[in-house]
Design a protein around this ligand. Structure first.
Ligand code: ATP
Ligand code: MG
Length: 356
């Protein structure tokens, strides 16, 4: 049985409408919710948590219809971007807050708080006031507080976006391990709203893409990023699609795309037209040709640089072929990347998919 089923859910919030949302979350799923700003990701999360009356549709958790249950009776915890800790309580009491409503046993509270705090590496700061904590520590306290009450499902709304890049990476690893252990023991799942594709690649096994209050695609990470079903999703996730003619296919397949030849490890019949997908993260940039195991090494010129989230997106002109690539601001500075600069793009044949 699925853990969570949202069936044809519609919600009206003044001007904004969540329309006919259906999705299923299985036990142990890590579902990422992505989409442009204002598409309704937070509203969807809060609707599942029970903060808005539904206009139509049902929400089923563990086989139980929770559509009209108040938030506190749903067995759902939610973690926000801005931590929302109780400033007057120390770390231990913040984590124990919800647990104290469930049990008055001091021994049990102590044991449960300790167990979850150890997993999140915050068991050494129980006495600290939350105002003295770093952002990464605050968010771990918020996650511990959410998990200690043993929710049937954990919802997180951009939990890492207030943190710097280093802390985010670190926290991703800690949360991944802690949540996985928790999910395995308690047979639960996570729904995580994010703008950061790194979260999706590192954590999720399933992705929902939203636009204008609707779900536009649900699938595996590979489905969404390599086989988007609409121009909207393709554009939003930034996947490069190119069309070309298969020249030959033996160990490796060569495809002529305009003026260039692109190699893929997927097989295809010589002579036919195919569409190839290349993820922008798979494209490595270099100013000079060094040794590389990449089968695709092509000179390019930087046409456009756009900041998106924490990363820079580049539009590259590869001998008439336009490709998108992403790079961190640090790497861009190191490579002296500016509009008009010439460089090399390298990507492995194993990172090129034949999608149609
Ligand atoms: N309580 C509310 N009443 C009326 N409108 C609301 C309410 N909450 C959100 N909205 C509107 O619903 C739309 C979707 O908001 P939502 O916060 O879900 O977007 P989002 O996808 O989470 O965006 P972001 O990526 O910026 O967080 C927005 O236009 C917002 O202004
Ligand atoms: Mg939001």
């Amino acid at each position: 049985m699925a853990l969570l089923e949202v069936k044809n859910l519609s919600i009206d919030l003044g001007e904004f409408h969540l329309r006919n949302i259906s999705l299923t979350v299985e036990k142990k799923d890590y579902l990422a919710v992505i989409g442009p700003t204002g598409s309704g990701k937070s509203v969807l999360l809060e609707a599942i948590a029970g903060f808005y009356p539904t206009k139509a549709g049902r929400i089923i958790l563990d086989g139980r219809d929770i559509t009209t249950l108040p938030p506190e009776k749903r067995g759902i915890s939610i973690v926000y971007q801005d931590f929302m800790l109780f400033p007057h309580l120390n770390v231990f009491d913040n984590i124990a807050f919800g647990l104290r409503k469930i049990t008055s046993s001091k021994v049990e509270i102590e044991r449960e708080v300790k167990t979850i705090a150890e997993k999140l590496h915050i068991d050494h700061i129980f006495h600290r006031k939350v105002s003295t904590l770093s952002g990464g520590e605050k968010q771990r306290v918020a996650i511990a507080r959410a998990l200690v009450v043993r929710p049937r499902i954990l919802l997180m709304d951009e939990p890492f976006s207030a943190l710097d890049e280093k802390t985010r990476e670190n926290l991703r690893a800690i949360v991944k391990k802690a949540v996985r252990e928790y999910d395995t023991i308690h047979d639960t799942a996570v729904v995580h709203v994010t703008h950061d594709f790194e979260d999706v690649f590192a954590l999720a096994n399933k992705v929902v893409v939203m636009n204008a209050g609707k779900v536009v695609q649900i699938g595996t990470v590979e489905d969404i990023f390599c086989k988007p079903t609409s121009d909207f999703v393709a554009d939003f996730v930034g996947t490069n699609f190119v069309r070309g003619k298969v020249l030959e296919s033996s160990d490796i397949t060569a495809v002529r795309v305009g003026n260039v030849v692109i190699y893929t490890t997927d097989v295809a019949k010589p002579g036919i037209e195919v569409t190839l997908s290349i993820r922008p993260e798979a494209i490595i940039l270099a100013r000079e040709l060094g040794e590389s195991s990449a089968q695709n090494i092509l000179p390019a010129r930087v046409m456009k640089i756009r900041k998106r989230g924490h990363l820079l997106w580049l539009i590259l002109d590869v001998d008439g072929l336009m490709l998108r690539a992403v790079i961190t601001p640090n790497a861009a500075e190191l490579l002296g990347i500016k509009e008009g600069v010439k460089l090399y793009t390298m990507f492995k044949a194993s990172n090129v998919r034949v999608v149609g």
